[in-house]
Design a protein around this ligand. Structure first.
Ligand code: TYD
Length: 214
């Protein structure tokens, strides 16, 4: 029944580097690989993504944000992920439901049980077999993404830093609660070192024939 792998983590961890490297390796192993990302990955999801990430939408409520992320996810699962898994393919997804728990739950402080209910409604029975968390200290990640010295950041950016710290702590808590599903990779290591750890874990899943957690 296919293999579903998600990539998660705070900003600047290198998901967009590691995910294609894994996809290329899996294709060499003969897997039928589909890569996608959240929010987006479908026509409707891309339209929702534009609404979500538009910098001028400062009035967006946290509730609206969750429902929009979940709407994009519901579409992606039904239109792309589930059909590919049903064909015994491998799906690699840049962010998935754990992003909502980490960012909206741990980051914005919204109740995790409510978020889980909304997320479960959106994704139905589809669950990742493996979730790779590319972890690194928040300051390093934000610097990688934006450049610039932290000392020059303004008040908002400092607030944002606390938010991102909470997101990172959230990811580590989620990973600790479900170690059989998660692989936490230190994203400060060279890319090849991280990639080797990921491949090792994925090779184990492929060899077992049966994804962990199913
Ligand atoms: P994106 O540009 O894709 O960032 P990244 O390269 O870090 O994935 O923007 C996605 C942003 O949306 C990112 O900051 C994480 C956030 N996000 C949530 O807050 N909740 C979610 O459920 C998802 C999927 C993403």
């Amino acid at each position: 029944m296919g293999l579903f792998i998600t990539f998660e983590g705070p900003e600047g961890g290198g998901k967009t580097t590691q995910l294609p490297l894994l996809a290329a390796w899996l294709r060499e192993q003969g897997c039928d690989v589909l890569t996608t990302r959240e929010p987006g990955g479908t026509r409707i999801g891309d339209a929702v993504r534009a609404v979500l990430l538009e910098p001028t939408h400062t009035e967006m409520r946290a509730q609206t944000e969750i429902l929009l992320f979940s709407a994009a996810r519901a579409q992606l699962v039904g239109e792309v992920i589930q059909p590919h898994l049903a064909r015994s393919g491998v799906v690699l997804c840049d962010r998935f439901a754990d992003s909502t728990l980490a960012y909206q739950g741990y980051g914005r402080g919204l109740a995790l049980d409510v978020l889980r209910q909304i997320t479960d409604f959106a994704i139905g029975p589809v669950r990742p077999d493996l979730t790779v968390c590319l972890d690194l200290p928040v300051l390093e990640g934000l610097r990688r993404k934006r450049g610039g010295a932290a000392a020059e950041w303004n008040r908002m950016e400092r607030e944002e830093l606390a938010f991102h710290e909470a997101v990172r702590r959230g990811y580590l808590a989620l990973a600790a609660a479900e170690p059989q599903r998660w692989l936490v990779v230190d994203a400060r290591q060279p890319v090849e070192v991280g990639q080797a750890r990921i491949r090792e874990r994925v090779a184990g899943l492929l060899a077992a024939g049966l994804p962990a957690g199913r």
